[in-house]
Design a protein around this ligand. Structure first.
Ligand code: PLP
Length: 429
């Protein structure tokens, strides 16, 4: 058995100063039981906790670390950038360089703004949509998560799903009232909502590939319906690609479906492990943002040189070929995990798109939040702990996604498949 005593002590200490002992709820192991691991360092596909236990890491900071931990080039570029200062509050050419790179990869971002988190990106995109359309209502999907701004904390996924909270206390009723929710992948539900409220709807925000209730891909028909209905009613379509951007595919989920949203939000990989979010899209819409227009957006640290360097250093190392390789690795891992479940007679559904993957203790199909909720979360909790004992660090919730990096090779994938087999053996005993 692995010894976690240093993490236990560190958690007790942290709990004196921070609610629940953490700075983001999904880091707590509350739903699977036990205390979170405190991490000392990471390199490549591996992390090490403060008890010197090593793990193959599939959380990867919840997605950003597509090149694994402490990539040599990213570290060198950041060290170099730091010697020139950490922030100026004045423009740098790095911001344009990163914007140019993003646009080359995701061309629908004709103009964009850098922010410091995914939450800021989606919050600002919603404000822009409301400001331009002069409408208040927004549509989101049950089990999708778009960060923790008030309008979006209704029927959300991720930690909200893990801790079973529908609408966060503190969200004003008026705002919750203006957030209309529909089941994910429910084409008829979307059509009837637009029939009733079409002219009041400022925008639809959607994770084109949902990653905050495990991985659930949107169907082509569902996403096309969103495109058609928003166009017909004069509202805007926002693809929240904070997670799926540079993850589901090199050019994002929008390239897989051949659907062009009006606005896109990015985060995670785009900062390479530093705090970056981006919102952008149609130039005529973005030109309404201050100081070009009157819809307010600002940020003391927006586009700061370290964050831009983290993003540039990461994006400059990505390529179509790398995604082909990582996607193949992810598929091989999924096949091995599914085989392990079948060999042990455990009902399991596995989903992956590009470098995003998850497994549900559920015979399937899993197409929306109700399906995910039908999974065996008690088995998940036991299984998760066995994986930790086997040296595999995965998301501590059934309602989250795991990730692949460029540093996970056949060696790590084989070890992981073996670990899943061992974990099934241990849980069944
Ligand atoms: N949108 C999506 C799809 C996300 O997955 C997340 C975070 O997981 C966010 C927005 C919020 O991003 P952040 O945690 O950087 O505020």
């Amino acid at each position: 058995m692995r010894d976690f005593s240093n993490s236990k002590r560190a958690f007790a200490e942290a709990d004196k100063y921070m609610p629940g002992g953490v700075n983001s709820p999904v880091r707590a192991f509350k739903n699977v039981g036990g205390d979170p691991l405190f991490i000392a360092k990471g390199k490549g596909a591996y992390i090490e906790d403060i008890d010197h236990n090593k793990y193959i890491d599939y959380v990867l900071s919840w997605g950003p670390l597509i090149l694994g931990h402490a990539d040599d080039k990213v570290v060198a570029d950041l060290q170099d950038a730091t010697t020139r200062g950490t922030s100026y509050g004045a423009p740098t050419e790095l911001e344009t360089e990163l914007a140019e790179k993003i646009q080359a990869i995701v061309p629908s971002l004709e103009e964009m703004r850098m922010v410091s988190s995914g939450t800021e990106a989606t919050m600002s995109a919603i404000r822009l949509a409301r400001g331009v359309t002069k409408r208040d209502k927004i549509v989101k999907f049950i089990g999708n998560y778009h960060g923790h701004s008030d309008s979006l904390l209704v029927d959300a996924g991720s930690g909200m799903a893990t801790f079973d909270i529908n609408t966060s206390p503190g969200v004003p009723n008026a705002l919750a009232y203006d957030t209309l929710t529909v089941a994910y992948n429910d084409v008829e539900g979307v059509k009837s909502l637009f029939k009733e409220h079409g002219k009041e709807i400022a925008c639809v925000i959607v994770e084109p590939i949902a990653g905050n209730m495990g991985v659930i891909p949107g169907t082509q028909e569902f996403l096309q319906t969103l495109r058609d209905e928003t166009t017909k009613s004069g509202s805007l379509l926002i693809f929240d690609e904070v997670m799926s951007g540079f993850r589901a595919a090199y050019h994002g989920a929008q390239s897989l479906y051949h659907i062009k949203p009006d606005l896109t939000t990015l985060g995670k990989v785009v900062g390479g492990g530093l705090p970056v979010g981006v919102f952008g899209g149609r130039r005529d819409l973005m030109e309404n943002i201050t100081p070009a227009g009157k819809i307010y957006h600002a940020g003391t640290l927006s586009g700061n040189p370290l964050a831009m360097t983290g993003g540039l250093s990461t994006l400059n190392q990505l390529s179509e070929d790398l995604y082909t390789k990582m996607t193949a690795n992810t598929k091989r891992l999924m096949a091995g995990i599914k085989q392990a479940a079948d060999d042990h007679g455990v009902p399991m559904t596995v989903h992956s798109v590009g470098t995003m993957w998850s497994y549900f203790f559920n015979a399937g199909p899993v197409n929306n939040f109700d399906d995910v909720k039908a999974s065996d979360t008690a088995y998940f909790a036991k299984f998760f702990k066995q994986l930790l004992q086997q040296g595999i660090y995965t998301a501590p919730s059934q309602f989250e996604t795991n990730f692949m990096s460029s540093k996970h090779t056949d060696v790590e994938i084989d070890k992981t498949i073996q670990a899943f087999n061992n974990a099934f053996d241990a849980v069944q005993k």
